[in-house]
Design a protein around this ligand. Structure first.
Ligand code: AHG
Ligand code: MN
Ligand code: MN
Length: 342
């Protein structure tokens, strides 16, 4: 006891409680330069979007008019949920008058959305999937948001946004927010992968784990086996193989963010291959597969479209889809070897 304050203040946990997301970004970049400040503020705004969506989700079943469908169909041909629209608007609202983001592009908007007052100084674009796994929303299961920040190239402010059609290594920041038992934000800015947990009593994302490494191999395989007869024979052969040997565990939640988070922590592979109806599969390159792909690569894992490194693939339009194989290095390579044989 005595007068030593270190006996009374839990210094370690106090220090940790002070490592908020925006501070962590500056710490990682080892700089207070304008670019570093921009990235830090960008992540802070993304975190605010995560808090707003998390709050809405946690009370959704108690409020009128929050759950269910809007009756509209989006540019993907998918039925839109009210929460998809809410979350899409949240990201727009948090970036208004921010001077940060000139343009946002998401799953729920056919064309990019411009915030003209930000454009003279905000040279960034946010690409995002506001609610990933929206079929889980009405049954109170986990969902997520996926995001990436890209630098705006040139002065082309046309609706086509052709400057966005670049490979995954052009991302400046990427990550996801997982709305599970706790709300978690996992991000990379090219210096490893770091996770934060929302402390509701503080209203802040607090550092949980730094430099997360995905196991080189893991037991999980995550795929919608309902599509078995829709796949190419090589994918069926891979699945027959994991059925035939010991040590594999199947997990599939219907929300990519949750499935990838499990694989990041425990190892294994997620795959959404092409099907007869959709040869490029279901998942979108710019705002689903590339952000998660870069993050998994930053954690020591691998991402592929079955033929090549997915991060080298350039989309031919904003909503382009791609087959996705992602996770532990050895497990992704095993799937690739079946595809090659096929
Ligand atoms: P979204 O809700 O953004 O449209 O994404 C759903 C995605 C992804 O989260 C999930 O892995 C996959 O679709 C599930 O699709 P299937 O029901 O076809 O397996
Ligand atoms: Mn999605
Ligand atoms: Mn979505």
């Amino acid at each position: 006891m005595g007068n030593n304050p270190s006996n009374t203040i839990p210094e370690r946990s106090l220090n940790r409680d002070c490592i908020t997301l925006s501070r962590h970004v500056l710490q990682e970049l080892k700089s207070f330069s304008p670019d570093a400040q921009d990235l830090s503020s960008l992540m802070n705004r993304i975190a605010l979007a995560g808090k707003l969506i998390s709050r809405r989700l946690s009370r959704a079943g108690l409020l009128e008019g929050v759950l269910g469908f809007t009756g509209e169909v989006n540019v993907q041909g998918e039925s839109v949920k009210k929460l998809d629209i809410y979350a899409n608007q949240v990201f727009i609202s948090v970036f208004e008058q921010s001077g940060l983001v000139c343009r946002l592009a998401s799953e729920e908007m056919e064309k990019p959305y411009y915030i003209p007052e930000n454009c003279p100084i905000g040279r960034y674009t946010l690409v995002y999937d506001p609610i990933d796994g929206s079929s889980n929303v009405d049954i109170n299961l986990n969902v997520g948001s996926i995001f990436a920040v890209r630098r705006q190239q040139g002065d082309d402010l046309k609706e086509e946004a052709t400057d966005l059609l670049q490979d995954g290594y052009q991302q400046l920041a990427a990550g996801y927010i997982l709305y599970g038992p706790s709300t978690m934000l996992v991000y990379t800015i090219g210096t490893g992968v770091h996770s934060f947990i929302l402390d509701p009593s503080l209203g802040e994302f607090i550092l949980a784990q730094e430099n997360i490494q995905i196991p080189e191999h893991g037991p999980i395989y995550s795929v919608n086996e309902g599509n078995f007869w829709q796949w190419d024979e090589s994918i069926r052969e891979y699945v027959r193989y994991v059925h035939s040997v010991d040590g594999y565990v199947s997990r599939y939640s219907g929300a990519l963010v949750g499935d990838i988070h499990r694989i990041l922590m425990q190892g294994g592979v997620f795959l959404y291959p092409g099907t007869q109806k959709q040869p490029n599969g279901k998942l979108r390159l710019l705002y689903e597969s590339a952000p998660l792909g870069w993050l998994i690569e930053q954690a020591g894992g691998k991402v592929s479209n079955g033929r090549e490194n997915l991060l080298r693939v350039v989309p031919d339009h904003l909503h382009a889809r791609t087959p996705l194989i992602i996770g532990s290095k050895r497990d992704v390579e095993l799937v690739e070897s079946f595809i090659k044989k096929g």
